[in-house]
Design a protein around this ligand. Structure first.
Ligand code: ME8
Length: 510
């Protein structure tokens, strides 16, 4: 059986789940459902990143101990994903004992092999990013992400000999085009590697920070949060036991946004090399969601919370918007107006109306009982079937390249065709002529085949809607696999229609 291992970043517990986290997690969930649907053994990992300065400071600011603080926010992430119906297989916390032990064992192994050494380092440190910056990386003397001047600190620390793996990493990136994708991010990492790579400071003295995993070879230090957190992708599999590590790790597909390209594109593969582990299969990098009003932030009061979106618009509508609106790899803009426009046009109108028309006619003309297709299919029937077959083929190619928006576009283009088919065949006119009743039955049967196909192809993107469609058709999961024209047994009765996506009235129209 083919396998795929899908991961989201481990989200920091100093912020509550928002639009950005939700996008990556929804993409991961969609991929998992898609690969499952084509017969893969797909495993999805998510979780929370809980150590380091940033979390210790956030806990202190809220007057809580770091562990209690992390417990609360981590639970919030887990609950959010549960409520959103994310089908993760394991939720890892970097404070889990097995993870801590795993990190220590890897540190010891790399230390014993001579790739970790003790040295002195002074540099510009940004607490927000939890990393040192070179002068060149600062913009106007400030961290480009946090717009704050970093602190200059000098101290004795442990270093990972990252520089030793620079050439090996360049070779791997050059010989494996898809290792980091889309291509522009591979190019970005390669460009960065044109400069000599410095060794990575992987410890923090406990005089400055206690909230971390103790170094196994020096209890005066804790592990730098990135060296701890990145290892989650492997520790979770080791913890799972069996052949998980051997069979799933080489099939790893990480999902991240471009903000954490450097740790995933440089630190992580060199760490894997030092630990004697194979590299991930793909690092998949998406762009940023921006708000109309600029960056999303608590202080601007424009944070988009997934549970609010689910409550107001429904999870599937929100998922559809996220996957349809952003081209994976590029930035996208979020606005409620755009969301409502998509819901009304694509979901209420195109999809919702199609389904309710098909089901309503079936009910009205044949009391819900599916009619025979007839031995000879006119050209328009074949065209309809072919249009969906083509969309499904395109979808396969698009999913391989993470072009979710194009996959959905292909389905909607077939749906447009199906709406035109109703207009062209005009069953509502034909039914007035008793002699054409059999043809009306056949046309409606084709419409139900469209609904059945939709229940199959939409399942990874809009899982609840797919189930609703299936319930409306009164068929089981297995019957979704049947080829066009073989989905319903003679005399099968479907259910009456219902409104899947109510139109959202905007203020302007009220
Ligand atoms: O970086 N648009 O955690 P984090 C799109 N703990 N995606 C966004 C986004 C936005 N505006 N904002 C956040 C960390 N994301 C580390 C990761 S992994 C071993 C450790 C998503 O909570 C996106 O996936 O800051 C981004 O990479 C991630 O959240 C950063 O989450």
């Amino acid at each position: 059986m083919e396998r795929i291992y899908i991961t989201t970043p481990l989200y920091y517990v100093n912020a509550e789940p928002h639009l950005g986290h939700t996008y990556t997690t929804v993409v991961a969930d969609t991929l998992k459902r898609y690969y499952r649907s084509i017969g893969y053994d797909a495993f999805l990992l998510t979780g929370t990143d809980e150590h380091g300065d940033k979390i210790a400071q956030a806990a202190a600011a809220s007057g809580t101990e770091p562990k209690a603080y992390a417990d609360r926010v981590s639970e919030l992430f887990r609950l959010t994903w549960d409520t959103c119906g994310i089908a993760y297989d394991h939720f890892i916390r970097t404070t889990d004992d097995y993870h801590k032990q795993f990190v220590q064992s890897v540190l010891q192994k790399i230390y014993d092999a001579g790739d970790i050494y003790f040295g002195e380092y002074g540099g510009f440190y940004c607490y927000g990013c939890e990393r040192f910056y070179t002068e060149k990386e600062l913009v106007g003397g400030k961290c480009p992400d946090h717009q704050k001047a970093p602190d200059y600190i000098s101290e004795k620390n442990y270093f990972f000999r990252m520089s030793k793996y620079q050439q090996l990493l360049i070779d791997a990136l050059q010989s494996t085009p898809g290792l980091i994708r889309p291509e522009r991010y591979r190019t970005e990492v390669l460009a960065f590697l044109r400069e000599p790579l410095e060794d990575l400071c992987i410890s923090r003295p406990i005089s400055r920070l206690q909230w971390g995993i103790a170094l196994p070879f020096d209890s005066n230090y804790v592990t730098y949060v990135w060296f701890d957190a990145l290892l989650n992708y492997v520790s979770a599999l080791a913890h799972r036991g069996g052949d998980s590590l051997a069979s799933l790790w080489p099939k790893a597909n990480h999902l991240i946004a471009k903000d954490i390209l450097k740790p995933h594109g440089i630190y992580w593969p060199t760490m894997l090399m030092a630990a004697g582990l194979p590299l991930y299969d793909h690092l998949n990098v998406h762009g940023y969601w921006n708000m109309d009003s600029g960056k999303m932030s608590k202080s601007l009061g424009n944070v988009i919370r997934p549970l609010e979106m689910k409550a107001r618009f429904g999870m599937d509508a929100f998922r559809y918007f996220l996957l349809r609106e952003m081209a994976f790899g590029q930035d996208a803009k979020f606005s409620e107006e755009a969301l409502v426009t998509r819901i009304n046009a694509d979901l209420a109108n195109n999809l919702g109306n199609f389904v309710s028309r098909a089901l309503a006619m079936q009910q009205k003309y044949f009391d819900g009982v599916v009619q025979p297709l007839g031995a000879i299919w006119p050209a328009e029937d074949q065209e309809l079937r072919d249009k969906f077959a083509q969309a499904e083929n395109e979808l396969k190619d698009y999913m391989k390249e993470l072009h979710f928006h194009r996959a959905l576009e292909a389905i909607w283009s077939a749906l447009d065709h199906a709406n035109r088919y109703i207009v062209q065949t005009a069953p509502f006119t034909m039914i007035k002529d008793a002699e054409k009743k059999a043809r009306v039955g056949a046309v409606l049967h084709h419409l139900l085949e469209v609904v059945r196909t939709l229940a199959r192809v939409l399942a990874p993107f809009m899982p609840d809607t797919a189930v609703e469609l299936r319930d409306l058709l009164a068929v089981g999961v297995d019957s979704l696999k049947a080829p066009w024209g073989r989905g319903f047994v003679a005399g099968h009765k479907i259910n009456p229609p219902k409104v899947l996506f109510p139109r959202i009235e905007t203020d302007a129209k009220k």
